[in-house]
Design a protein around this ligand. Structure first.
Ligand SMILES: *Cc1c(COP(=O)(O)O)cnc(C)c1O
Length: 401
């Protein structure tokens, strides 16, 4: 009798969690270098090139970018402390987990935080933002916090429409956008959309290991900065605008990560931003085609109800009956070597997330979908058959020979 198989997980692991994401070999190799001088030479030029090219990534001419040795939580704090004063009121637009988390940071830093209630299964409604801001006749709200993509719910918020709603309300609050799970994957146009302040991090769409946080500050944010009293030494933009290279990082720069980011941005620019966005859109739709077929079995569903509000970087799948998706996640992980994201926030334990963000291509996505479909079959979970085949058919139709 031949040996029966107990696992097919040996081989390269397929990481399908929505951050940290897969790091390209070129980025890893760019980081593999000795320490170098932090006052003169190549590192100074590297910083200049990164600050210039981050403006391109955020699509801002008018704005100024800052690089921190920090993750996304650090960049949240950087954004808040530079423009707010203690006691300022902040309006958080709920559409999942992450804007709420940003608001929790604001509260701890001394802001008064109001949440505009949303729903875990849909995007922020711009008309509700407009109505709330119109009601704030005294202009007490100083900043509006929103995530472009919420990585827990899998929603994409319409930032231009939210910006338009703020203008329609005639309100002066700063529009602050979390682009951690969207920058470098889907269009983001800071100047064109009237975004005042954006923050992001290295380890998702930007294909670099965790450890770099970014803020991009537009003219109105820089103006607010002058009066802000929440400023602290490490995050402070004024200090970082100082003349010495060392000031730009408020201390020792995270050297190797900066070389990694350089390589990642070069990859992105070589592919071309429009192509990067198209790749994300098409691969995401392939994933959605598969999930749509599987959901015919009535066991699973998309978390985001409206198809137009599902984002192109992560797909959140929930169980309809509230059952645990852990057996499926475990099968994919331990039997197949595919690491899916766990469900977060209101869907914790009752679903899973498929990341399709950053350094990802067709065979990676198809491999991930194929492993999930194996799991559905092996665990006898009711599902429409042919999800992966539907993804293949869709992708083949999009990608002409
Ligand atoms: C991951 C993420 C964060 C937090 O980033 P960390 O680096 O984990 O601190 C914030 N916002 C969004 C939208 C994210 O996806």
């Amino acid at each position: 009798m031949p040996q029966s198989v107990s696992s097919l997980a040996s081989g390269r692991e397929f990481l399908a969690i929505p951050g940290p994401t897969n790091v390209p070999d070129a980025v890893l190799q760019a980081m593999h270098r000795p320490a170098l001088d932090i006052y003169t030479g190549p590192l100074v030029e590297l910083t200049d090139s990164l600050l210039r090219d981050l403006k391109r990534v955020f699509a801002t001419q008018a704005g100024r970018c800052y690089i921190y040795a920090a993750n996304g939580h650090g960049a949240w704090e950087a954004a808040l402390t530079n423009v707010l004063s203690r006691g300022d009121k902040v309006l958080v637009l709920e559409s999942g987990r992450f804007a709420i988390g940003w608001g929790e940071a604001a509260r701890m830093l001394g802001a008064e935080v109001e949440i505009l209630p949303g729903d875990f299964r849909r995007a922020v409604r711009p008309d509700e933002v407009e109505a709330r801001l119109k009601a704030d006749a005294k202009g007490e709200i100083k900043a509006v916090l929103v995530a472009q993509i919420d990585t827990a719910s899998g929603v994409i918020n319409d930032i231009p429409a939210i910006s338009e709603a703020m203008r329609a309300a005639g309100h002066e609050a700063l529009l602050c956008v979390d682009t951690v799970a969207s920058l470098g994957c889907v269009p983001f146009e800071m100047d064109k959309w009237g975004v005042d302040l954006s923050m992001s991090a290295s380890q998702k769409g930007l294909m670099t290991p965790p450890g770099l946080g970014f803020t991009a500050a537009g003219p109105r944010a820089l103006e607010a900065h002058k009066k802000a009293n929440m400023r602290t030494p490490y995050w402070d933009w004024t200090f970082r605008d100082g003349p010495v290279h060392y000031h730009k990082y408020c201390g020792t720069p995270p050297e190797q990560l900066l070389f990694g980011l350089r390589a990642a941005l070069d990859l992105m620019f070589t592919e071309g931003e429009a192509n990067v966005f198209a790749r994300h859109r098409v691969l995401a739709e392939g994933v959605r085609r598969a999930v749509a077929v599987w959901s015919e079995g009535q066991t699973f569903d998309f978390n985001i109800a409206a198809p137009s509000e599902r984002c192109d970087t992560v797909t959140t799948v929930i169980t309809r009956g509230g059952d645990s998706a852990q057996p499926l996640v475990d099968y994919c992980n331990f039997k197949c070597g595919v690491v899916l994201g766990r469900a977060l926030g209101k869907t914790e334990g009752r679903g899973f997330r498929i990341a399709h963000m950053g350094h990802v291509n067709a065979p990676m996505v198809l491999g991930i979908l194929g492993a999930i479909e194996m799991g559905l079959a092996a665990l006898k979970l009711p599902h429409g058959s042919g999800g992966t085949a539907a993804a293949i058919a869709y992708l083949a139709g999009e990608l002409k020979a």
